[in-house]
Every structure is written in C-alpha cells, then in structure tokens.
Design a protein around this ligand. Structure first.
Ligand code: ATP
Ligand code: MG
Length: 541
C-alpha cells in the first residue's frame, strides 16, 4: 500500500486496515456561486488525490442549496476548471438531486420528535441562541406535537408562508456548549428560482443538515473539508446518527490554503469582477484557476505546489513567492527560450554585411531540446538599458569602447552613440569580431556581458504585459481587502520580438532571455507577451 504522507492518509489507512471502509469514497463539494480558486486546488488535491492513492473514487458534488447565488455558468466553469487541473470525477452529483429525499428525512425527524417548526424570526433565533458562556433560550414553539409540526412543514413546502415566516429546526440542546447544536435551523423558506429545480421548491435545506445526508447517499466514506467546519462536526454526526447513517461517513478537517498577496474568497473575487477592478474572472492577476490558466501557469505546477505545501491541521499562510518558485522551477525545466526586447535601442553592426543563421539553444535545462536557427544581421535591437553613456564601474554591458557578446552570435564593440536633440541615445554603432562566433570563438576577446537582441529586419512588434500582485504586501495584513488592493498592477510596454514567438501556438510559455517567463497570445492580430512569473527568485528558502 502507498505510504501515508499526511494525517488524513493515516486515518484512511487505519480505516481500511481495520475494515471500517472497504473502498474509500470522497467528494469535492464546490458551491456553484463563483469560480474555483487556488484554495480549491488544494481541496481537490486532498479529495481526488487521497481517493486515487487508496484505490477509491471521488465524486464532483455541487452543493447547490443557495438558489439566489448559484448559476449554471458557474457549474460549467467549475467542471472545466477541474478537468484543466487534471482531475476527473466518478459521479457528478448535486445536492438538488436529493431535495426530495432530504425533505423525506426531515419529515422522519419531525415524526420522531427530533425537529420542530419554529415561528421565530432569524433575528429572534440569533438573539436567543446564547453565547459561548451562556446557554440559549428554548423556542416557545419547541414543544409543538409531531402532528402539528408535520402539518406546518407541509404547508411550508406548499408555499403557504412568506420567506422567513417559519423555519424547521432540529431539536437538540439549547444548553449545549457547542452553539451549532442549539436547535439549528435545518430548513428555511425561500421563494426563489433554483438553477436546476426551477420553481419546484420554496423551502431549502441548510448546508449543515443537507451535507451529511448527501455524503451518506453518495456512499462517501471520508468527508474531507476545511477547518472552519470542525465545530460543525457534532451536528454532522447528529444528523448521521439520527437518520441511521453513522458511523459512515466521517468528517475530517484540514487547514485552508492561504497565500500572501492573494484574495481567497469567492465573495470578494466576485466583487472585483463586478466592480470592473479586473478584466474578468480569468484576469491573469486573479487567483482563480481560470486566471492562473490565463496567466500561463501550468496545471502541473499547481498540483506540484499543492503537494509540496502538504496537508496539515493548523491554519497558516503560505508565501506567494513559494508558489512563484514552484512555477518558475517548472518553467525553467520546460519552457523554450526566446528573445524579445522591451525598450528597443537600434544597434548597427557597421562592418557586417548580409545575414546568416546562428544556432540558438531551445532549452539548455532540457535534455534533447536541441537548437533552432535565428537570423543575425546588420541591424539589430538591444535593450535600451544594456547600453550606458555614463557607465558605473564594472559595467559589463555596452559602453563606448566596451565589448559584450550578443547571445549565441558574436562579440561586438561599441564605437559610437547617436543621440537626438534631447541627448537621448537613438542608435549605437558597433563593430563585430568575425572570429568570436558563439561555439567557435577563437578571437581571444573577453566579454563578460551577454546581451539578448532581435533582428530589426525580421522582428515583430509585440505588446508586453507585466503584473504586480493584486493585493499589497503582508505589511498591510489585517486591513480590509479593499484597502490592500493594488489597482495599478498591470503595466503595458511595447516590445520587439523574434518572429518565432509570433509563430508559436498561442498560449505557449517561454523564457524570454533576461526578461522573465511569458505566455504568448494574439489580440487583434497583434502578438501579446504576458508575464507568467519573473525570472528572479525572491523566495527565502
Ligand atoms: P470561499 O470562501 O472562497 O467562497 P468556500 O469554502 O465557500 O470558499 P466552496 O465552494 O464551498 O467554497 O468550497 C468547496 C470546497 O473547497 C470546500 O470543501 C472548501 O472547504 C474547500 N476550500 C475552499 N477554499 C479553500 C482553501 N482556501 N483551502 C482549502 N480548501 C478550500
Ligand atoms: Mg462554502
């Protein structure tokens, strides 16, 4: 058997070994009220990953008990994001598939005197719930007979009452130290159209009541969820015991994934989209899976990240630089190399005529990646910042009289800078050394700097987009998301790129030499290079 890597796997192993489960079954339970984010990737890693590792299966379970917030658009996006991340589910199940059965179970609880219809308003229920140190107050409706409750509950279903006028509560213990057991509401009246059941229902079960039933009906053995549900477990178990499902399924909680500089709340992400603060759910700065995919982050890197941060029981916050380091590591090993110049400066090789092809290594980190040909010529572009009229000491890039190597081509010496009327350098003139060709350098000339370049004759115009984090640094932690937002987080530059980048399939990730990792796409026929992650590793190991 596979070796347990975390406390959940240990529990699963014990349950399998001791015969409490023959085959494990989990479920990934999103609510279709928004797009999945990287926190959900961790939940998927745990649910799909654990099931697979122990020969079991995982369902996709849509927790659709809040009709006013849920939409088919979100269902579709969730399905495709899960596939993109590389997981596949056994059955696709909806809480709404079970509405009729969930309702019947409520009647059963009522018949057994374990649930009652309550006329208190939501505010009154809250006010009589008590506190952590004080018991709650029993509802005056608590001792209605099962017959009366049944009649009222059926009337609730039939639409006789307005929203909030009545509700169904489990009859547990108003003195329980656990607030979740103080006669929790298990059904509410809500005259709303559901994205699947339409107008069939005007009462909807509450999550804490519906979830254990849905788990049991799916044959879930291990209901894996995040820590905020720990206090709800006694209620989960109460439902299971009173409806005769227990001891299966069992609920196990693990820590949520929090990442610095990332907003991890669907509610707030939705606000960003609605306010137009970002271009949409798939904006490359969004921590949604759609955003990460659009950013160019490979699914494999996200799965790898989830596996490396581990599954524990204590909440913590992960540095975003760690996520970036994992992505960078993946791209460094896999992304082909190419060249683009962000702030182009014309470089003329005065003693060069004609053109020739030079070999360019596709990815020196990847065995067998090989080389491709790029065209060298008389007129090139280099980065404006790679030339200085007034260089500091030990400047290895180009300066008047200084030498540098043009990547995979020749060493050049800068002889002259042409300036405009403002003193801005508009062009530099260089001499190349024919014997200094990369791979066959017999010139004996020393050049420490290696510069990237593009050929002015063959290059294409591109728009290059760089991103900052959407959320300002942890120094702002504790502040409201709204105060931490960095609205100035997208920066656009014009660039000159190798034609190779325009020819590549859209969405390909490249390492642009000395610039960063970028993804290509076309917008209105124009090449767009959009930043995936910077080159520099600022993760403090
Ligand atoms: P949000 O607070 O972002 O709206 P949620 O918990 O309401 O998230 P659900 O759609 O209910 O979102 O989540 C589906 C599953 O994913 C749940 O089991 C939930 O516990 C889990 N999940 C959500 N966010 C995280 C996270 N940051 N880390 C790990 N698991 C998460
Ligand atoms: Mg939720």
């Amino acid at each position: 058997m596979a070796e347990a890597q975390n406390f959940i796997e240990q529990i699963v192993e014990t349950d399998l070994a001791e015969g409490r489960a023959e085959k494990i079954k989990t479920r990934f339970p999103p609510e279709p009220n928004g797009y999945l984010h990287i926190g959900h990737a961790k939940s998927m890693f745990v649910n799909f990953g654990t099931a697979k590792k122990y020969g079991g299966t995982c369902n996709l379970f849509f927790d659709d008990t809040n009709p006013t917030k849920e939409k088919t658009e979100f269902v579709d996006a969730i399905r495709s994001d899960i596939h993109w991340l590389g997981y596949s589910w056994d059955k696709e199940v909806y809480a709404s598939d079970f509405f009729e059965i969930i309702y019947d179970y409520a009647e059963k609880l009522i018949a057994e005197g374990k649930a009652f219809v309550c006329d208190l308003s939501a505010e009154e229920i809250k006010a009589t719930r008590g506190t952590l140190t004080e018991a709650g107050k029993e509802s005056p409706y608590r001792n209605r007979t099962p017959e009366e409750n049944l009649k009222l509950f059926r009337e609730m279903r039939a639409g006789k009452y307005a929203d909030g006028e009545k509700c169904l509560r489990a009859k547990i213990d108003m003195g329980s130290p656990n607030l979740n057991l103080r006669d929790p509401v298990i059904y509410r009246i809500l005259h709303a159209v559901h994205h699947r059941t339409g107008n069939n229902w005007c009462i909807y079960p509450m999550y804490d009541y519906a979830h254990p039933i849905c788990d049991a009906l799916q044959g879930v053995t291990h209901s894996l969820c995040t820590l905020e549900f720990e206090d709800h477990r006694p209620l989960y178990d109460w439902v299971g015991i009173n409806l005769g499902f227990a001891p299966k399924p069992r609920q196990i909680e693990f820590a949520r994934l929090n990442v610095t500089n990332l907003v991890m709340s669907k509610r707030y992400l939705k606000k960003l989209v609605e306010d137009g603060a970002v271009h949409g759910w798939d904006d490359p700065r969004m921590p949604t899976l759609a955003g990460l995919r659009n950013r160019g982050i490979p699914a494999e890197a996200i799965r790898d990240f989830c596996s490396r941060i581990g599954v524990v029981k204590a909440n913590s916050e992960c540095e975003i630089s760690y996520l970036e380091a994992v992505v960078r590591e993946y791209l460094n090993a896999n992304a082909p190399r190419a060249m683009a110049v962000v702030e182009p400066l014309k470089l003329t090789v005065t003693n060069y005529e004609g053109e020739e092809e030079v070999d360019f290594e596709i990815n020196q980190m990847k065995e067998g990646a090989g080389t491709r040909k790029i065209k060298f010529g008389k007129t090139l572009y280099i980065e404006k910042g790679d030339f200085s009229l007034d260089p500091p000491p030990k400047y290895h890039r180009l300066k008047i009289g200084g030498c540098a190597r043009l990547k995979n081509a020749y060493i050049v010496r800068c002889d002259e800078a042409v300036t405009d009327e403002h003193g801005e350098v508009t062009e530099i003139k260089c001499t190349y050394f024919p014997e200094s060709k990369s791979g066959n350098d017999t010139s004996g000339i020393k050049a420490k700097g290696v510069l990237h370049w593009v050929n002015a004759q063959t290059c294409v115009d591109a728009e290059l987009r760089k991103y900052d984090h959407l959320l300002k640094d942890a120094a702002y932690a504790g502040q409201d998301f709204a105060e931490r937002m960095n609205f100035d987080s997208e920066h656009i530059f014009s660039a000159k790129a190798e034609p190779y980048l325009a020819e590549a399939e859209e969405g390909t990730a490249f390492q642009l030499m000395r610039t960063g990792y970028y993804k290509t796409c076309k917008e209105n026929g124009k090449l767009v290079l959009s930043e995936i992650v910077s080159l520099k590793d600022n993760f403090n190991k």
